[in-house]
Design a protein around this ligand. Structure first.
Ligand SMILES: *Cc1c(COP(=O)(O)O)cnc(C)c1O
Length: 479
């Protein structure tokens, strides 16, 4: 197969001789040096994974290799040696004690797809730069939107992170409400809503007061009565509402706002409901846990971050809409320098990003690797571990702040802000010495320790050890 020899193009010899081999893949033959380079890099990565439990979740400060490119390029062996130095200092999400954040170990099919994605080097800006991948993205976002209950015809777009998904959602909501350029428009959400909403408003040219933080109940859920009051006040004062944002999985404790009650208020008053489900929306893909995010299907738009619990490699976020055409209406430019779309539209016309990696590949292959049973098992394991840890911590005299998902925050019962700050700092250090890494968020005015139980390598024995260290730290603190 292939073109006759005379029509094959070979790199100009003088250019090739200035470049280290194999700088670019040989388009005409299988290059054993390139194969060896990729194999060695993959062996090195497998070795890093295989020794993860011997290193701390948080490595000590490491020495970086030379940063600027040298006068001459480097050969594979040197490149791999320098790569190894950076890997030594990398955060270690595969360690069973890595429990601090929403950054789980990577799904292996997702890693493979990421490598191939880089090798294909397609661009989701336009169909002619990513023919199969553009269709894959449209079909997969359509599948997920329908699976989460948004109805026939639902779909969306991938974005490099949930902050961007939230921003795009608010821009679409604003356009739908006819409020583009309106300085007094409001966004209503709870005090526990994600900080990315503030960034979104800044990008949208709205003052920070445009975000009305509403109170939550004792379990961290937005109070529908407070939303109802705020909507009434806004009406009386003639302030238009751009969108209501409900959170399905708040960042510190994993609370899920009462989506059904919030959706009913939005419907009654004609407001856009965006659900920030960066953490919790994946529960909607399971049979056993979808009731934890009941009402998700009533949203106009949903942010989903498969990078946070499912282990799809970063970044992996989707913005899903019941009416995905609104994306094109908002972000379409006509792309005058591209061939017209022959399929469902150029990816660059569906969102804020222009040139965009085909992040859909690692999402698709990762979900294919897990299957619905695997998705269920990942979510189920995470929630079971949260429940187990909660049972171990309950007798210890802590204020526990949790929710229905896989996050749990805690601080000594009745501690003052300064006591909580000192205790959490000391205890985090003590846990780190035991190779258990928790984070230390400020929540409700006091520092907490927070465990995120999304790591499938964490066993009950690790959680027992965690509870023991916390108990010791509490008893050391007694006068
Ligand atoms: C993480 C998170 C985001 C932002 O997602 P990024 O991918 O970090 O940009 C938004 N909302 C919630 C609730 C989150 O936890």
């Amino acid at each position: 197969m292939g073109l006759p020899h005379s029509t094959r193009l070979a790199p100009a010899p003088q250019i090739a001789s200035l470049l280290p081999v194999p700088a670019f893949p040989d388009p005409a033959s299988l290059d054993p040096a390139l194969g060896a380079f990729l194999h060695q890099a993959s062996d090195q990565l497998c070795q890093w994974w295989a020794t993860a439990s011997e290193r701390s979740p948080l490595p000590p400060l490491s020495v970086l290799p030379e940063v600027a490119p040298g006068a001459q390029g480097l050969a594979p062996a040197q490149l791999l040696a320098e790569l190894q130095q950076v890997m030594e200092g990398a955060y270690n999400p595969c360690h069973p004690g890595a429990l601090a954040h929403l950054d789980p170990p990577p799904l292996t099919a997702s890693v493979v797809a990421e490598l191939v994605c880089a090798g294909l080097n397609n661009n989701l800006l336009a169909e002619e730069l990513a023919p199969s991948l553009s269709r894959l993205e449209r079909q997969l976002t359509g599948w997920m939107a329908v699976a989460l209950g948004l109805g026939a015809g639902a779909g969306g777009v991938l974005a490099s992170g949930g902050s961007l998904s939230n921003l795009m959602a608010l821009v679409v909501a604003r356009q739908r409400a006819g409020l583009a350029g309106h300085q007094g428009a409001l966004v209503l959400g709870s005090v526990d809503a994600h900080v990315s909403l503030g960034k979104a408003l800044a990008v949208m040219g709205l003052p920070s007061e445009a975000l009305r933080p509403l109170p939550v109940d004792g379990a961290g859920r937005l109070l529908p009565a407070a939303l109802e009051d705020a909507l009434a006040v806004a009406r009386r004062q003639g302030q238009p509402v751009l969108a209501v944002v409900a959170t399905a999985g708040t960042t510190v404790r994993g609370a899920v706002d009462p989506l059904g009650a919030i959706a009913a208020l939005c419907r009654a008053h004609g407001h856009w409901l965006h659900v920030d489900g960066a953490i919790g929306a994946v529960c909607g893909l399971t049979r056993g846990h979808r009731q934890r995010v009941a009402g998700l299907e009533l949203a106009d738009s949903i942010t989903v971050n498969p990078q946070k619990l499912l282990g799809i490699t970063k970044t992996s976020s989707l913005l899903l809409l019941a009416e995905p055409e609104r994306l094109g209406a908002c972000f379409g430019t006509g792309l005058p320098y591209m061939e017209a779309s022959w399929g469902g539209g150029h990816g660059g016309e569906w969102g804020l990003q222009g040139t965009r990696a085909a992040e859909v590949l690692k999402l698709w292959l990762g979900l294919r690797q897990l299957g619905l049973a695997g998705i269920e098992a990942v979510v189920d394991g995470a929630i079971s571990r949260r429940r187990y840890l909660q049972r171990q911590l309950e007798p210890l005299g802590l204020d526990l702040s949790g929710g229905p998902l896989h996050l749990l925050a805690f601080t000594p019962a009745g501690a003052s802000p300064s006591q909580a700050e000192a205790w959490s700092a000391q205890t985090r250090q003590r846990l780190l010495e035991g190779q258990l890494m928790l984070s230390r968020p400020l929540y409700g005015g006091r520092h907490h320790l927070k465990a995120v139980l999304g790591n499938p390598h964490t066993t009950n024995a690790h959680l027992d050890q965690l509870a023991d260290l916390v108990a010791q730290s509490l008893s050391d603190q007694q006068p």
